[in-house]
Design a protein around this ligand. Structure first.
Ligand SMILES: *Cc1c(COP(=O)(O)O)cnc(C)c1O
Length: 545
């Protein structure tokens, strides 16, 4: 083999959001956390990956609740002084106007280099396009996707970076593929040849199995805002269909696609089987960055064989102190604490545990459980906000026993996935692509208690490192079925173990930390992306002449 063939492919990883640090809130939730963890794990192991994203000057949303419990949104301006100015500017065209994008570099958080595009410049007509993540109207979204995709490729060129493969994390970035095609057509290739050559450079990660979560655009809007980028309707239709579906485009622009858990792999294959000329979909399960999410004290205690309870109780106390600070309520460190923090989406069924009062009330009255919730709704999602308001109302109904914490973010995520005793997750199967908060919990000896969806299908060893409930049931009455199973498992297994069998609980914590750390780390994930995606796609025999 020549030296060339053995070179580790260099990868540009495109994502709309990156969750690297609480002080750098250019993320909304799971997708961004995944991307941030990815860049950190790549840095740890020296992989030649760079990230490409957008500098959201006002972040996503800071969300608090008013007296009625209904959430309202704030958009503070953040200080991003730690970013490096690369001195590079690139231009894209939006609605036939030139838009200049400044390129910043973030490498502050022990992460692989992250290049961020910023339209907030005096010369731009719409400097607010890069202010707020996932806000704005439909045309704004297309404009933001032009910035990420087309602007992203131009930034890589202007920076002089040598990139072998482009990884689109989610469909938001697919316009980068349109720019790669345009480049090749400018160099003389026909559209079809340019498309095929471009596919050899792209891998794609698909995320949500919720159909509505897979964005699509009308061609009129795409063309008007400038996403065609020199291509024709026929060519764009060939890639994304009509309406133009971003996930379908990702599937057709790539050589290989992955889903983010094994179950999601099966779901995604079925979901997209009607798509012609679709790249094969494999499954690479997500992982989380150990250095970010795992309390080193837990790992130390595990290795030295000392008590896991002592460091865990410290983490629990830290969470209880935060709860007291934020809400005034004092929780009991000796009472089982169940945590649940998610984006407020209906399929996640955040209120499931409350739907059987006859079961819940005695557990609360006898002080056998206490519950802590957190989560944001999208600023324009009234239904999601109503879910939050309902949780807040429940917290008022059970003061000091049910807690709702406002403004779920990485800081709270870290406190919760370290400080609860049990981490509850109850998505309606099979709607959760992976889920990563449970992996954070697992690494900290916080025992998962979840329906068999997303990563937990692989992660769960029932009664050994956590518990499943509902036996993977899908069908009529799924909510009731799961609710029933939830209480049976809670009352017959979890509560008795917690109060009466501490040695078993501790051995479960141990198993949880071990399996979490080996199987669900971002280190394992990045290695798998290299071995099963990048190396395969970049192999010389996979290249067209
Ligand atoms: C980890 C994390 C997520 C993703 O967790 P899920 O289990 O996928 O819901 C979302 N938001 C924050 C703030 C996180 O820390």
């Amino acid at each position: 083999m020549s030296k060339q063939a053995k070179k580790v492919p260099s990868v540009a990883y495109f994502c709309m959001e990156f969750g690297l640090d609480p002080s750098f809130p250019i993320y909304s939730g799971g997708l961004g956390i995944l991307a941030g963890d990815y860049l950190k794990a790549a840095y740890d192991d020296g992989y030649p990956i760079v990230g490409v994203g957008i500098l959201w000057r006002k972040g996503y949303t800071s969300q608090y609740v008013d007296d009625s419990g209904y959430p309202y949104d704030l958009s503070p301006e953040y200080n991003f002084d730690f970013l490096k100015d690369t001195g590079v500017k690139v231009e894209v065209s939006i609605k036939n106007n030139p838009v200049t994008l400044k390129v910043w570099l973030a490498e502050h958080f022990n992460n692989a280099p992250l290049y961020l595009l910023d339209a907030d410049l005096p010369e731009n007509k719409e400097p607010w396009l890069t202010h707020s993540l996932y806000r704005g109207n439909h045309d704004d979204r297309i404009a933001q996707e032009i910035i990420l995709g087309i602007g992203g490729i131009r930034a890589l060129r202007a920076l002089g970076l040598d990139i072998d493969l482009y990884h689109f994390n989610e469909g938001h970035a697919v316009l980068a593929g349109i720019e790669l095609i345009r480049e090749k057509m400018m160099a003389g290739l026909q559209f079809e040849q340019a498309l095929q050559a471009t596919r050899r450079e792209i891998v794609f990660t698909t995320h949500t199995p919720v159909p509505a979560g897979n964005e699509s655009h009308h061609h009129g809007a795409l063309s008007y805002v400038g996403a065609y980028n020199g291509l024709t309707y026929e060519q764009m239709n060939r890639i994304g269909g009509d309406p133009f579906n971003m996930t379908v485009a990702g599937l057709r622009l790539s050589t290989l696609t992955n889903a983010v858990s094994q179950l999601h792999g099966e779901t995604a294959q079925q979901m997209w089987q009607h798509v012609t000329d679709c790249s094969p979909i494999i499954a690479i399960t997500n992982g989380v960055h150990q250095g970010t999410w795992q309390d080193p004290k837990m790992q130390e205690a595990l290795l030295s064989g000392t008590s896991l309870f002592a460091p865990h109780q410290e983490n629990k106390q830290r969470l209880l102190a935060e709860i007291q600070f934020k809400t005034g309520h004092v929780l009991d460190p000796e009472t089982l604490l169940i945590g649940f923090a998610r984006r407020a989406a209906t399929y996640k069924r955040g209120d499931l545990i409350f739907r059987d009062r006859a079961e819940l009330l005695p557990l609360l009255q006898n002080r056998q459980v206490q519950l802590v919730f957190s989560g944001k709704a999208h600023p324009q999602d009234h239904e999601g906000k109503q879910l939050v308001a309902n949780l807040v109302a429940l917290a008022k109904e059970f003061p000091g026993q049910v807690i709702f914490l406002e403004n779920y973010d990485m800081t709270l995520g870290k406190l919760l996935t370290r400080g609860c005793d049990v981490w509850l997750n109850n998505p309606r199967r099979p709607m959760e692509a992976s889920g990563t908060s449970g992996m954070k919990a697992a690494m900290n000896g916080v025992l998962n208690f979840s329906t068999l969806d997303g990563w937990w299908v692989e992660g769960c060893q029932h009664g050994v490192n956590g518990w499943q409930f509902g036996d993977a049931y899908i069908g009529d009455g799924q909510d009731e079925h799961d609710l029933n199973a939830l209480y049976r498992t809670l009352k017959e297994q979890i509560i008795p173990t917690y109060y009466q069998d501490r040695p078993k609980w501790e051995s479960m914590m141990k198993a949880s930390i071990q399996s979490g750390t080996t199987d669900f780390s971002a280190r394992r994930m990045v290695r798998e992306y290299y071995n099963r995606m990048y190396q395969v796609v970049a192999a010389p025999q996979a290249k067209i002449s």
